[in-house]
Design a protein around this ligand. Structure first.
Ligand SMILES: Nc1ncnc2c1ncn2[C@@H]1O[C@H](COP(=O)(O)OP(=O)(O)OP(=O)(O)O)[C@@H](O)[C@H]1O
Ligand SMILES: [Mg+2]
Length: 239
């Protein structure tokens, strides 16, 4: 489904990511973990089409999408929740979601994967606060809107950058429970996380990023070994 090969990308002329290879198969949940400054956000922004690759390829379902601009990547089934969420703060929750739903409907010929009602069933808040301006919601509530909006663009792969950082534990629990439901429905997930505990809990396998390179792969069933490997965790993941 997603196949990244030899990816080099960065800010301006300065590469931040070097020779990154990674894959996500249909239905898989994969994590990218790494310390502050490892290049996680640069990777997400490159996959989202906000940073243009300097070298390498990004193939989604057989199509090279490295050159496809960010606002068209949802047409390739890629949904993204960015660190800063990028919602329309002055618009209501409903309007933020309806705009996404309209775009998603236009892009997707067949039956919708997620409808407005579906996402409201996932997060009760979306119905309760439908008329509130998004800018008035808490960070955690905004994150729920951001996830719902991404889903309404009808992705089969959802890429999320530090979804739960800085949120209250109760909200983190609610969001992770929804992610588990989405996984069970077959959505593929690329979860970028600083918290190894959350990554281990939520995904099948992982890539460890350090200074812009994949320095280690955690394969299926190997999460516990990584958590036990204190040297690696200490050196590359900040304990
Ligand atoms: N706008 C920018 N211009 C130039 N360099 C940047 C910019 N944003 C980040 N960098 C640099 O790119 C590198 C990777 O940063 P990135 O934000 O991708 O890391 P990260 O793994 O997401 O870190 P964090 O866990 O803090 O979110 C860092 O060395 C950082 O200083
Ligand atoms: Mg980041």
């Amino acid at each position: 489904m997603l196949n990244v090969k030899g990816l080099r990308a960065g800010y301006g002329a300065v590469p931040v990511l070097h020779d990154v290879d990674m894959t996500v198969a249909p239905g898989e949940a994969v994590a990218v973990v790494g310390a502050n400054g490892a290049g996680k956000t640069a990777l997400v922004r490159t996959l989202a089409g906000l940073i243009r690759p300097m070298a390498g390829s990004i193939v989604k379902d057989g199509a090279e999408i490295g050159h496809v601009p960010g606002h068209r990547r949802f047409r390739h089934g890629i949904g993204v929740v960015l660190e800063n969420r990028n919602l329309f703060a002055e618009l209501s929750v409903r309007d933020n979601l309806r705009l996404a739903e309209q775009a998603g409907k236009r892009a997707r010929g067949g039956a919708l994967r997620y409808t407005y009602d579906d996402v409201c069933d996932l997060f009760a808040l979306l119905r309760e606060r439908a008329d509130s301006a998004v800018g008035l919601l808490s960070g955690g509530q905004q994150q729920m809107v951001a996830i719902a909006r991404a889903l309404l663009l009808q992705p089969d792969l959802l890429i999320m950058d530090e979804l739960t950082t800085g949120l209250a534990p109760r909200i983190v629990k609610e969001i992770l429970a929804v992610l588990n439901q989405l996984r069970a429905r077959g959505l593929s997930i690329l979860l970028v996380e600083q918290s190894v505990a959350i990554a281990a809990d939520m995904t099948d396998r992982a890539y460890v990023l350090s200074v812009g390179r994949v320095i280690h792969e955690v394969r299926r069933g190997e999460w516990q070994a990584l958590l036990n490997d204190k040297t690696l965790v200490k050196a590359y993941l900040h304990g």
